[in-house]
Design a protein around this ligand. Structure first.
Ligand code: BMA
Length: 806
């Protein structure tokens, strides 16, 4: 069931006419949508994601654009409502200015009664160049307010639109304009429901629901009807406010994925012809951050159960808002849950997502860490800017407050760190820290006024309220962004030197999969140093870091396709090293959200899902290293500790086997035993002396519990130091209906054995360890089953040994 209310009035979504200001050539523009997508569809611009076309599309953001639509009205007595007007826009109705938009994160509403007429009407929206207005605003600041170097389009921090629109270290820079939400005429109502604030009080065997109705009304009294869980109550509201109470006995609780079900109850509020519907999951969710012996804890508790949060950071589903669809977004979120995630962090450089996004997360059991939309820049702190921010936070907090998935609100992304990145703020930290605190207080105050019981965290990363320390290197307090491995070039082992309380960002880049590369590049571009591939790598040192890490870890790959494959293997290895280690630190550590889940366009990035939703090897590995019950190898000075981790709701027992595996695939048993895994902490299984493994062996683990079997391996030395044997992978494929059944077998130990397909689809597994005599079965579900598929196999030996040496 959807939350979208039935429209009373007139929907103005659909085709509008777009012209450059002062020009006469018009093209169609779909609303919701963006101008770049419209100009591409009309053939005015080339496909921006292809090769180096970004450059050819940049000029659009430097011009003004006019969107027009004519319509006939029987009754002019309407409000014009626009959601996601992005962003500096003047809206004229029959020539009269009715809205001056300046914030893509707010809803604008204008009464048209004196302006609209019966019969033919014209609405015109002028989008002023974001580049020009941002520069004007910067020039008007009383002191310089620097923006991040990742953004090739300057001054994005002056405008309230997604920060990454101006470019990011993974994004194309186009600063698109458009409308991301609804645009409609609503009948002028004497009283209107502006927001519903829903709070839950959980007691023994019952949940009390309080619904506060916030009305926009000039009437002294308004009749309302509220219905929840089959019970209907009638009210007469005095003024702008009414409160209703409901009690649910024997409630069916909402749980994060992996902890239980996600039942949703329906709340309906009716005011005249306005019917608002919300789906409510009953849960008691608390952010627990308290001083302790280590420093300051950070964890989420749901219905009294401490939850280890596993997941990734969410960025907009596409760089062009017109290309974002509910179906594609659902697929990305479903992939998160399928990889055993229970949380995503909606990162502060994107946007507050649409209502339906949070509704999907409610249904899927994906908790949402919600940043306020501020990232990596310094920001203005003048009254005009701050009052706009307060209105933005109030609106979004009220819009989203009822969602079960919403776990916490966070003030920003990395604004405290940013104080140390710019010459201006390094020279005068006092001024910029005060400005920061004004902004941060504005956000906190607006949120708490709107939704008093909100779970609030001041910034990410943050050691805690009123702490402005280095949460990139301090693993004792609050949430941490641990970037030393990627941005400081430390080796993967360095992940084990820290034990964050909650790691809300850490990441390692890889190349997009070959099916994605083929869509944006031509074969002559297939070289990471080619201009086209470099144009799709937005992190200055990114290619060098990927290549350097390969030198450290592997023998160098043969050819471009193996380079792409190996970049994904090493990305998976990096994140697996961190996650397995930090999960074993439970309960000191209670969360690991890697950077980043998805991509906005096809590029080299830290994502585990390709642009288009395909699974990179990291995503397959994440499914395994995020499994509720798992075993981690913790290297010590004398050997290897094995730890059992259980994030499932109940304790369980595991049977564990550890073997020494040689490169030809033969195995020697080192340990076999049972272990009890409680849910509140990781449990030591055994220690394996370092001398148990010969120089040419790796550790191989298998286990079985109530949650099924699991497997992992651990190589004590870089893979390049092992003499891998030719695995000679053999793939047998058979198609049954839409599904391809694949059997993969090997002649010797095959590490990170993978299958790629010539078209988009989902493999059931990948990046596997194969041993001779133990074939593996997997499936491939193509997106388009009518097309023939060609499969390619890869493994570490085949990718890194020249043909002559095999
Ligand atoms: C983090 C994020 C992003 C960035 C990523 C990779 O700090 O907050 O700003 O894209 O690092 O550099």
């Amino acid at each position: 069931m959807n939350e979208t209310p039935k429209l009373v009035g007139q929907d103005l979504a659909g085709l509008w006419s777009l012209t450059e200001a002062g020009e006469s050539n018009a093209v169609d523009m779909a609303i919701p949508g963006d101008g770049i997508s419209a100009l591409v569809a009309a053939g005015v611009l080339p496909e921006p994601y292809h090769r180096k076309n970004e450059e050819a599309c940049r000029w659009v953001s430097e011009r003004d654009w006019v969107l027009t639509r004519h319509m006939t009205l029987d009754d002019p007595n309407h409000d014009l409502v626009i959601e996601g007007l992005d962003c500096m826009a003047t809206v004229r109705w029959n020539g009269q200015t009715v809205i001056e938009g300046q914030n893509a994160f707010r809803t604008y509403r204008a009464a048209l009664d004196d302006i609209a007429c019966t019969g033919e009407n014209t609405v015109e929206i002028t989008f002023h160049s974001a580049v020009r207005v941002a520069a004007e605003r910067q020039a008007a600041q009383p002191y310089p307010v620097p923006f991040i170097w990742n953004s090739p389009i300057p001054n994005g921090n002056m405008l309230r639109k997604p920060a990454c629109d101006f470019g990011w270290d993974w994004n194309i820079a186009l600063a698109p304009f458009g409308i991301s939400g609804g645009i409609r005429l609503e009948p002028r109502r004497p009283a209107r429901i502006d927001a519903l604030r829903v709070s839950q009080h959980h007691g023994a065997g019952a949940v009390d629901i309080e619904v506060e109705v916030l009305l926009d009304t000039e009437c002294a009294q308004t009749e309302l009807q509220l219905a929840f869980n089959g019970e209907t109550q009638n009210y007469v509201a005095d003024g702008c406010f009414a409160t209703a109470q409901f009690r649910v006995t024997d409630p069916e609780l909402w749980w994060p994925a992996g902890q239980g079900a996600q039942p949703l109850y329906t709340l309906t509020a009716t005011c005249g012809d306005q019917v608002e519907q919300r789906r409510i999951g009953l849960r008691d969710i608390a952010l627990v951050s308290e001083p302790d012996d280590i420093g300051r804890s950070f964890e989420l508790s749901v219905n009294g159960r401490d939850i280890f949060c596993k997941g990734a950071n969410w960025i907009p589903a596409d760089a062009l808002l017109g290309r974002i669809t509910r179906e594609k977004t659902r697929d990305l979120l479903q992939s998160a849950v399928d990889a055993n995630m229970n949380m995503i962090r909606v990162w502060g450089g994107g946007r507050y997502e649409a209502d339906w996004f949070y509704h999907l997360c409610d249904e899927l059991g994906l908790m949402v860490w919600q940043d306020a939309m501020f990232a990596c820049n310094l920001y203005p702190a003048d009254d005009g800017f701050l009052s706009d921010v307060a209105a933005e936070l109030r609106e979004n907090a009220l819009r989203l407050n009822h969602h079960a998935c919403l776990a916490l609100w966070c003030g920003d992304n990395e604004l405290i760190g940013a104080l140390g990145w710019f010459d201006e703020s390094k020279k005068d930290r006092d001024r910029y820290l005060v400005a920061y605190d004004r902004l941060n207080r504005t956000i906190e105050t607006a949120l708490k006024e709107a939704v008093p019981d909100v779970n609030w965290w001041p910034s990410s990363p943050s050691p805690g309220p009123m702490s402005f320390g280095d949460a990139w290197h301090d693993d004792t307090r609050g949430d941490m962004h641990f970037w030393s491995v990627w941005h400081e070039g430390r080796d993967f082992e360095h992940y084990r030197d820290v034990a964050p309380r909650f790691c809300s960002e850490f990441g390692f880049q890889s190349y997009p999969s070959m099916d994605v590369v083929r869509r944006f590049a031509d074969p002559e571009d297939f070289n990471i140093a080619s201009p086209v591939l470099e144009a799709h790598q937005k992190d200055r040192g990114g290619n060098a870091r990927i290549a350097e890490t390969m030198f450290r870890t592997f023998r160098f790959p043969e050819g471009f396709e193996n380079f792409v494959y190996l970049s994904q293997v090493q990305q998976g290895l990096a994140i697996e090293t961190a996650v397995r280690h930090w999960r074993a630190q439970k309960p000191r550590c209670m969360g690991a959200l890697y950077w980043q889940l998805n991509d906005t366009w096809p590029c080299a990035s830290w994502s585990s899902l390709d642009h288009g939703g395909g699974w990179k090897l990291l995503h397959h590995m994440a499914r395994r290293f995020f499994e509720p019950v798992t075993v981690s190898v913790l290297p010590t000075e004398t050997g290897f500790d094995l730890a059992a981790i259980n994030d499932a709701p109940n304790p369980c027992d595991l049977s564990v086997r550890a073997e020494a595996l040689s490169m030809d695939g033969t195995a020697r048993l080192l340990f076999e035993g049972e272990c009890h895994a409680p849910t509140d902490r990781s449990a030591q299984i055994t220690s394996i002396p370092a001398a148990s493994l010969s120089e040419s062996e790796i550790l191989h683990l298998t286990w079985i519990s109530d949650h099924g079997p699991g497997t992992a391996h651990f190589a004590p030395k870089p893979y390049k130091s092992y003499d891998l044997q030719p695995a000679k992978l053999l793939l047998k494929a058979r198609q049954e209906g839409p599904l391809h059944h694949l059997t993969l077998s090997a002649d010797a130990l095959a590490l990170y054995a993978s299958v790629e397909a010539s078209q988009l689809g989902r493999f059931s597994d990948n990046a596997m360890l194969l041993r001779p005599g133990n074939p593996t079965h997997l499936t491939f579900q193509p997106d388009d089953p009518s097309q023939p598929v060609r499969f390619t196999t890869r493994d570490l030996h085949a990718a890194t040994y020249s043909k002559e040496s095999t």
